[in-house]
Design a binder for this molecule. Structure first.
Ligand code: PLP
Length: 387
């Protein structure tokens, strides 16, 4: 049985055209782009073509694209690299709902004595812009804010944040891992300093991503070695992965508003189907400002993990907050930051669709869910979350 995959914010399948573009790099076109001979020069050409494709997707200059091993490395490089380049400034501004790639990095820095301001969000997951602006200080090295939230899909107003930062001369790093390929991004219009993206979130391969480093950004590499990627990210390039990233970027650029509307209509069909079947279910996050593919639903007094296991047994893949070391699912820090009550936070399930999702898949999920929820409701003590 092929699973019904409704977890595209975790990762996406590689698109056929992306795989086709990658395979020659793993077979006959295996050269090292730093080699001067013809095989090396072929690889160099392929690398530079991918750089152009990625730059075109976010409307940046090809020179600004620094390839990395994915979103986590790009986020870490942005934060740690900026702090290293501007040692006189030690303060960081971020938000309470970031992905672990930013959140854990800032938590570690905080432990090491760097002051960090965590900008709060409201009940709908919207950023408090006044609190953000008030947090910026003369010694702020960097603000790091996500474009779209991986759990709720809520979109932050990056253009406004970029203006606030530019006026205060604070570099802005944007974790756009969940936005690239889902939202139009035009860096000509939005003056962000650094932007992270990751291929596997938009039908490219895992282990390939980029940090967009705009002109004027001050960044110190976090690895020492060769001179690849303008010395910012040394190491022999993952050519097949980068070519896959480029091909995925080109595919994403071809997405039309009609494709977006179809993705949103599948998400809405699922969401409405759930809300109409379960009066105690509710959606977390600002429904008016979120990416088209994501819905985050809480089933009151149920346990996410139990729902996910039952869904998985029925061949349906979805997800919830991050798993803690004991394997049990902790209430998501994003929902906690939004002030969602524990009996709802503990019963959260995130469904995320893609252009490859079908209406039949949504309907099968909607057929299966009532049985699962009813069974778990009978098991759950009234008002308890099963913990
Ligand atoms: N940032 C966000 C918002 C993400 O959703 C993810 C992945 O889930 C990452 C960063 C990390 O990206 P990668 O898996 O490429 O390291």
């Amino acid at each position: 049985m092929t699973p019904i995959y409704l977890d595209h914010n975790a990762t996406t399948p590689v698109a056929p055209a992306v795989l086709d573009a990658m395979l020659p790099c793993l077979r006959e076109r295996f050269g090292n782009p730093s080699s001067l001979h013809v095989a090396g020069q072929q690889a160099r050409h392929t690398l530079e073509r991918a750089r152009e494709q990625v730059a075109a997707l976010v409307r940046a200059a090809p020179r600004d694209i620094v390839f990395t091993s994915g979103g986590t490395e790009a986020d870490n490089l942005a934060i740690l690299g900026t702090l290293a380049a501007t040692p006189a400034r030690r303060h960081i501004v971020t938000t309470t709902v970031e992905h672990a790639a930013v959140r854990s990095c800032c938590q570690r820095l905080e432990k090491d004595g760097y002051p960090v301001s965590w900008t709060p969000v409201d009940r709908l997951g919207r950023l408090d812009l006044d609190a953000f602006a008030a947090a910026l200080r003369p010694d702020t090295a960097l603000a790091s804010v996500m474009w779209a939230n991986n759990e709720t899909g809520v979109i932050f107003p990056i253009a406004e944040l970029a203006e606030i930062c530019a006026a205060r001369r604070v570099p802005l790093h944007v974790d756009a891992v969940q936005a690239v390929g889902k939202l139009p991004i035009d860096l000509h219009a939005v003056p962000v300093t650094l932007l992270s993206l990751s291929a596997h979130k938009f039908h490219g391969p895992k282990g390939a991503g980029a940090l967009v480093v705009r002109k004027g950004a001050r960044l110190r590499s976090q690895a020492v070695g060769g001179h690849q990627e303008r010395d910012i990210r040394p190491g022999t390039e993952n050519i097949a992965g980068i070519v896959g990233l480029g091909a995925a970027a080109e595919l994403a650029q071809m997405l039309t508003p009609t494709d977006d509307a179809r993705i949103a209509s599948l998400r809405d069909r699922l969401e409405q189907g759930i809300l109409s079947r379960f009066p105690t279910a509710r959606v977390n996050g600002d429904a008016a400002r979120r990416v088209a593919n994501t819905t985050n639903v809480s089933f009151e007094a149920l346990n996410s993990e139990a729902i996910l296991i039952a869904l998985s047994e029925a061949g349906i893949c979805a997800s919830a907050g991050s798993a803690c070391s004991s394997g049990a699912i902790e209430p998501s820090h994003v929902l906690v930051a939004m002030g969602v009550e524990e009996r709802y936070a503990r019963g959260m399930v995130r469904f995320s669709v893609s252009r490859f999702t079908t209406a039949d898949e949504i309907d099968t999920a909607l057929d299966v869910l009532p049985g699962i929820v009813e069974r778990l409701m009978q098991l759950a003590p009234a008002g308890g979350a099963g913990d």
